[in-house]
Design a protein around this ligand. Structure first.
Ligand code: C2E
Ligand code: MG
Ligand code: MG
Length: 664
């Protein structure tokens, strides 16, 4: 979860908490106020009952006096009504008050009961005109009891009055507290809600920006900020679809001519700085609607939508090429580069993006090889490279017809004498020209988009043929060579993972060999791809080590497991002390870095012995065996096993490769 997502979640939780807190407060304050009000009403009603009881008692007393003066049935009835009223009020008090109230009413009711009996007796004495009895009842019963009842009632009524006042005071203070605090709570809640809404808005903006950035990153080259291959494909497709009958879409493919020299001699810092200056320089010549993209390394492409035709595209190409002739200043140094540009135009050189891109690739290749700067694609009339172009279209067909074959060259561990791996080397079984060596067609494929399908083909073939020569329970790993463009393909690791799954093989059966120059063309992307491959469990070897310009300390930072010392140092190391010295140094340094060393190009027993003495781990070369087709490798391995193995045994010479049977 990103920090923005965490913040967004916290803000939402905060909003919910504020909502619950404000609602909770509103509920609490309403409930406490209403329960205080209920208590106040009950207390005041009780006080009222005491008042009514007092009144009824006073009325009883006054009616009793009235009767003694003027006896009548009416007064007696009124007296009974007053008595019933007093009893009823006291019963209400009894119902609504607590234990102490009930004790009081019980006492008053008992006294009142006696009082009523005395009153009835005094009424009877009055009816008999027995003044003596009247006076006696009056002074000995009624008056003292009246005082008692009045005292008890007054005492309870006053206490109840105090309670009622207290309940009212409490109610008033609750109401005034709510009145003061409630707006404050709502205000604080409102401010918090505003604040959290603001936070949410900011977070949403940040997430939006991050999404925009991710989309931008997926379409742009991180070093130069220019579009990448994906953006180019998108814009090119768009332009092709938008183009009308009388307008064309042009595509220029531009490759810098001396860039590798700058990279190799001055270092990548200079190379990178130079690359970042190319885009702005070209941009000045282009229109706003044109798109410039970096395809990788020193290769750029420009889409020219809505142009009149090839002449217009050629003119732009010339302007671009001219713009690059002015020196670039990097850290005070004047750097000069040139560019070779291949030009294609929709309608004239193809209709779909992939054909046009491939033709632009070929045109650029011709421009570079012939050193002519700019070349518009022209397969019929160029007259410059008919063989190469024929070979190129043949190669495309060769892939479809599966004319490419793999030969395998074994590698031997110097420690155990066992075969510890084989390298798959591709050959082209050409129907007319015979077996063609990879040197003759790999560079051609590398300069066009064909190296991608070719590598897929080799990987698939190597894994398919594995069972022909290797024991399924204990596979000997097979190494496949990768080119620069393969390393720059962001989908390579996914493709290889899918391929391994398809063949139900563990990643440890595969090794990949990459050259130093492939690593150095675009170190950032190469590192990304290598790391993905390494994480899959695939071992990585640096091929032809020593002829490039990388150094071991750079390799230390890459996920490299094997290092193959270039055969130009190995083959004659037993006769050339300086080569022997280089080989020894590389072995020593690799050992310190924990990297396994493989010496390629071992042709003699003497070289093998020298390598063993120098501490090399693995050897590969004609002395062990030439590269062999799968079936022959299988019988070579069987024979070797039968003889008990050992690096000293030479393999069969293997089929000779034609140097090249095509005149190029
Ligand atoms: P590499 O990967 O360095 O392969 C080793 C080359 O040295 C092979 O040449 C092999 O036949 C040759 N070799 C092996 N032992 C000896 C020896 O004792 N003496 C001499 N003089 N040469 C020896 P090959 O098969 O002609 O391949 C040449 C290059 O073509 C390879 O160099 C590799 O860079 C490239 N290549 C081959 N197959 C593929 C492939 O499938 N994909 C890619 N991208 N490149 C490939
Ligand atoms: Mg190799
Ligand atoms: Mg090599």
């Amino acid at each position: 979860m990103t920090s923005a997502q965490r913040l967004s979640r916290a803000a939402i939780v905060g909003l919910v908490v504020v909502f619950i807190a404000v609602s909770g407060f509103a509920l609490w304050s309403t409930q406490t106020t209403s329960s205080a009000a209920r208590r106040a009403v009950a207390a005041s009603e009780l006080a009222d009952h005491y008042q009514q009881a007092m009144k009824a008692m006073i009325r009883e007393e006054s009616l009793e006096q009235t009767y003694l003066k003027q006896p009548s049935q009416l007064v007696r009835d009124e007296y009974d009504t007053a008595t019933a009223a007093l009893v009823s009020e006291l019963q209400l008090v009894n119902r609504d008050s607590g234990d102490s109230g009930r004790a009081g009413t019980a006492r008053v009711l008992a006294l009142h009961e006696l009082q009523v009996q005395s009153v009835h007796r005094i009424f009877a004495a009055a009816d008999r005109h027995d003044t003596a009895a009247v006076n006696l009842i009056l002074s000995q019963e009624l008056e003292p009891r009246f005082t008692d009842i009045a005292e008890v009632l007054t005492q309870y009524a006053e206490a109840q009055h105090d309670k009622s006042v207290a309940a009212l005071t409490e109610l008033r203070s609750k109401v005034s507290f709510s009145a003061t605090v409630r707006p404050l709570v709502f205000l604080v809640g409102f401010v918090l809600v505003l604040l959290l809404c603001w936070v949410l808005r900011q977070v949403r903006r940040q997430l939006y920006r991050q999404r925009e950035q991710a989309v931008r990153d997926s379409l742009h080259d991180p070093l130069t900020g220019l579009g990448n291959r994906a953006l180019l494909a998108e814009r090119f497709d768009e332009a092709l679809h938008r183009g009308s009958d009388d307008s064309r879409t042009g595509l220029l493919l531009l490759d810098l001519d001396r860039f590798k020299e700058i990279n190799d001699t001055l270092g990548h810092h200079y190379g990178d700085q130079l690359l970042t200056q190319i885009g702005p320089r070209l941009q000045r010549i282009l229109r706003a609607e044109d798109t410039i993209a970096r395809l990788g390394g020193d290769e750029f492409a420009v889409v020219l939508p809505d142009i009149t035709g090839l002449d217009a595209a050629m003119l732009v190409a010339e302007k671009l090429r001219y713009a690059l002739t002015a020196p670039f200043i990097v850290d005070g140094l004047n750097l000069q580069v040139e560019a070779s540009i291949g030009v294609v135009v929709s309608g004239e050189h193809g209709d779909d993006a992939s054909t046009l891109l491939q033709h632009a690739d070929i045109a650029m290749y011709v421009a570079k090889k012939q050193n002519i700067g700019i070349f518009p694609y022209d397969p019929d009339a160029d007259g410059h490279t008919p063989h190469k172009l024929t070979l190129l279209s043949d190669l495309r067909r060769a892939l479809e017809r599966r004319e490419l074959v793999l030969h395998y060259q074994p590698k031997i561990s110097l420690r155990s004498g066992e075969v510890c791996g084989v390298e798959a080397l591709v050959r082209w079984q050409h129907p007319q020209h015979g077996l063609i060596a990879p040197d003759q067609f790999i560079p051609l494929a590398e300069h066009t988009g064909l190296i991608g399908p070719l590598t897929d083909y080799v990987l698939d073939a190597a894994l398919t043929e594995l069972h022909l020569w290797s024991d399924p329970s204990d596979h000997i790993p097979v190494a496949v060579n990768l080119s620069t463009r393969n390393l720059l393909d962001g989908r390579l690791a996914d493709k290889i993972r899918a391929l391994l799954r398809h063949h139900a093989l563990a990643a440890t059966v595969l090794e990949l060999e990459v050259t130093e120059s492939a690593l150095m063309t675009d170190p950032l992307r190469a590192r990304q791809t290598l790391t993905q491959l390494y994480d899959l469990g695939i071992r990585i070897a640096i091929d032809d080590f020593g002829v490039g310009y990388s150094n071991l300390s750079q390799l230390k930072t890459l996920p490299v497991t094997h290092l193959k010392i270039d055969r130009s140092f190995v083959t004659n190391m037993d006769t050339d002390p300086s080569n022997a010295h280089i080989v020894k140094s590389v072995i020593d340094l690799s050992r310190n870095l924990g990297i396994t060393t493989i010496a390629e190009g071992v042709e003699t027993q003497a070289t093998m012995t020298a390598l063993r003495v120098a501490g090399c781990d693995v050897v590969q070369g004609y002395y062990v065996s030439r590269p062999l087709p799968a079936a022959e490798l299988a019988s070579w391995l069987r024979t070797r096993q039968g003889r008990g193995g050992g690096p000293e045994r030479r393999g069969t010479p293997g089929p000779a490769l034609l140097p090249i049977s095509v005149p190029i």
